[in-house]
Design a protein around this ligand. Structure first.
Ligand code: AMP
Length: 187
């Protein structure tokens, strides 16, 4: 099955953390089909913490959503993530956004991810790699979800991760908004 995942980190070497997480996925025979650029993103919910680096990836695996969630959680643990309080700083956060047209709502796993439509740090990278991918509950593509998003948090592209491209850490512009991705007329 094809899945879209969201990766995020706001502790330590954030870009390296995302790279390591992708390495763990590959080692577990998860095929990376598409990977977005990296984005420096303003924390949502709890502003008193470092900015995040976020990325979206499309992957393919035979795993069920439950098995994939277990894998993501084992990778988070292996990488040393300890805190699990919502909206708190984290070394690595791995979420399932979409699982083809699967819809599920259980106490431990909700797909599509319940907060994806309210988070530009998810929607902007997703839009980059799959503007046409449909949210199976809302019946709308990622492009429409982003256009309709009310989130005004900053989301700044910082370049594709690669061994040849090591962009310098962007300035942390608390309170500024991305012009590139401000689709609600404001900046
Ligand atoms: P977080 O602290 O944001 O990483 O949330 C982790 C918790 O969210 C885990 O206990 C999961 O069981 C739960 N969860 C529910 N739906 C999802 C999803 N689509 N992807 C990842 N975690 C999920």
């Amino acid at each position: 099955m094809t899945y879209f995942l969201s990766l995020g980190s706001n502790l330590g070497d954030k870009r390296r953390n995302l790279k390591r997480a992708i390495g763990h996925l590959k080692n577990a025979s998860v095929r990376i089909l598409r990977a977005s650029s990296l984005y420096q993103t303003q924390p949502v919910g709890n502003a008193d913490q470092p900015w995040f680096v976020n990325q979206a990836v499309e992957v393919e695996t035979d795993r069920t959503p439950w098995a994939l969630l277990a894998l993501l959680q084992s990778i988070e643990k292996k990488m040393g993530r300890t805190k699990t309080i919502r909206n708190s700083p984290r070394l690595i956060d791995l979420d399932i956004l979409l699982a083809a047209d699967t819809i599920m709502d259980t106490p431990d796993l909700v797909i599509p991810h319940p907060r994806m439509t309210a988070r530009n740090f998810v929607l902007v990278p997703l839009y980059e790699i799959a503007p046409d991918v449909l949210h199976p509950v809302l019946g709308k593509p990622a492009a429409a979800l982003l256009a309709e998003s009310c989130d005004r948090s900053g989301v700044h592209k910082i370049g594709r991760w690669s061994s040849r491209s090591r962009p310098s850490e962007p300035r942390q512009e608390i309170g500024s908004f991305s012009k590139t991705h401000s689709r609600n007329g404001g900046s």
